[in-house]
Design a protein around this ligand. Structure first.
Ligand SMILES: [Zn+2]
Length: 167
């Protein structure tokens, strides 16, 4: 297991501090390190956490994760390279009621209840879990460099890869 990434919330957000580092995939929580979609867990996850205060004077954490993952193609069961590059803003609310109200008002919003000290490690893990594709597969399993990610929205990187291959 990886060490916690402890953040002193008040000073971290007031001073707009940043923490970054790399964590071996294998040291993350089993929800990720032993995820059924992973072909192997030998890679690393890079993270960058930045604190700040938004225009409503609410403290927030910006959480960025990048990783080059090897997933299992759900069609041919061979490895498939998948790049994660995701940013999320977590607004810190004073209590559960304020959090619920904000989420009800704005579906895009994301947040959590304020705590004097926050372990950012589970936040990274949750974020990685959320961005893992539901059913990754090669666009052409005989030509496994092409990835087709089966999500609700088209993946711009997969589309770009397809265009490049045709050109
Ligand atoms: Zn395949």
């Amino acid at each position: 297991m990886s060490d916690p990434i402890l953040i002193d919330t008040a000073s971290f957000t007031a001073r707009r501090e940043t923490r970054s580092g790399d964590i071996p995939l294998a040291e993350l929580d089993g929800r990720i390190s032993a995820h059924e979609l992973l072909a192997d867990n030998s890679g690393t996850v890079h993270y960058r956490i930045s604190g700040g205060t938004d225009r409503w004077q609410r403290p927030f954490l910006d959480v960025a994760v990048t990783a080059d993952l090897q997933l299992v193609c759900q069609h041919c069961l061979q490895p498939l390279a998948y790049a994660v590059d995701d940013n999320a803003r977590l607004v810190l609310f004073r209590d559960e009621a304020a959090l619920d109200a904000a989420l009800a008002e704005d579906e895009e919003a994301d947040g959590m209840v304020y705590a004097a000290e926050i372990d950012a490690l589970p936040l990274l893990e949750d974020q990685l879990l959320m961005v893992l594709p539901f059913a990754p597969r090669h666009a052409d399993c005989d030509n496994p460099r092409l990835a087709e990610i089966n999500q609700d929205q088209p993946n711009p990187f997969a589309q770009l890869a397809g265009l490049k291959a045709q050109g």
